[in-house]
Design a protein around this ligand. Structure first.
Ligand code: SF4
Length: 272
């Protein structure tokens, strides 16, 4: 089942780029949350920050968000870039992860390496114990292979419901989505109104290429999941993720047995 392609991530391929830390000073913030509703802020932010660097935008928004910004990380390459930007600049942004209980050992190692590297906590959300117990008791530990409904049920219990808890009281949800990751994501905007969770979604690396992400990781010596070097461009739960072969789509290794799936788990289903 493993990929036969060359290592997915080879540090030696990339020249050292120049990055500027801490982020440059930014002008006084003119679009305060209380000035208009959050939905209107999305289009305002898309205009205001069209050409700004992620570091600038993150610092700008964190300075006015009053702890209302949160970042969901699954420790993929893009997530590790954003984590480095947030922790290195000391921004007031919570970083959280959803521990489904089915993650790869390498993912836990990456969490540990991240905590040690930055000396800062990553908040962990678990699914509800009794609901997971009931699911596994009634349907077994591998029910997600039997049907898409079963798979969505498992994702809902282990990911979506904990995500709802993580977003309570937050105004801006930062994600590691990139336009180049899949067809579903190529027309996204930098800022999106998420009507499901009633929150502004900010995708700082939306227009970054994979090579730019890799260069950042390499130049800053950011810890990353070693599975990326073994053919796993997108890493989720262990039983639902496989390595991809050369030429396969970025998300091809996720729920690969579902031929017509949109390859999303319910976390990122909202509009552009
Ligand atoms: S990715 Fe698989 S194991 Fe993880 S929550 Fe979804 S169905 Fe369950």
């Amino acid at each position: 089942m493993g990929a036969s392609s060359p290592p997915y991530f080879r540090k030696q391929d990339y020249p050292p780029p120049v990055y500027h830390f801490p982020p440059p000073a930014h002008p006084a913030h003119s679009l305060i949350f209380s000035d208009m509703n959050l939905k209107d802020l999305c289009s305002a932010y898309n205009k205001k920050y069209r050409s700004a660097s992620p570091e600038t935008v993150l610092a700008d928004l964190a300075s006015v968000a009053d702890n209302g910004m949160t970042f969901s990380s699954s420790f993929g390459l893009e997530d590790q870039v954003i984590t480095d930007m947030i922790f290195s600049a000391g921004l007031q942004v919570e970083i959280f992860t959803l521990d489904t209980g089915r993650l790869f050992p390498e993912t836990y190692s990456t969490l540990q390496a991240t905590i040690e590297r930055y000396g800062k906590p990553v908040k962990v959300y678990f699914p509800d114990t009794s609901t997971v117990e009931e699911l596994v008791t009634l349907k077994g530990p591998l029910s997600f292979y039997e049907s898409k409904d079963n798979r969505m049920e498992c994702c809902r219990i282990r990911k979506v419901i904990p995500l709802r808890r993580a977003l309570i009281g937050k105004k801006i949800w930062i994600t590691g989505l990139r336009a180049g990751q899949s067809e579903n994501r190529k027309n996204l905007s930098l800022f999106i109104w998420d009507d499901t969770y009633k929150i502004i979604k900010y995708n700082p690396l939306l227009h970054w290429s994979l090579q730019e992400v890799q260069m950042y990781i390499s130049s800053r010596n950011v810890p990353y999941n070693p599975l990326h070097d073994r053919g796993f461009p997108s890493i989720g739960c262990q039983p639902c993720t496989r390595a991809v072969n050369e030429g396969e789509d970025f998300r091809a290794g996720r729920w690969w047995w579902e031929n017509n799936s949109s390859k999303e788990c319910g976390l990122h289903l909202t509009a552009r």
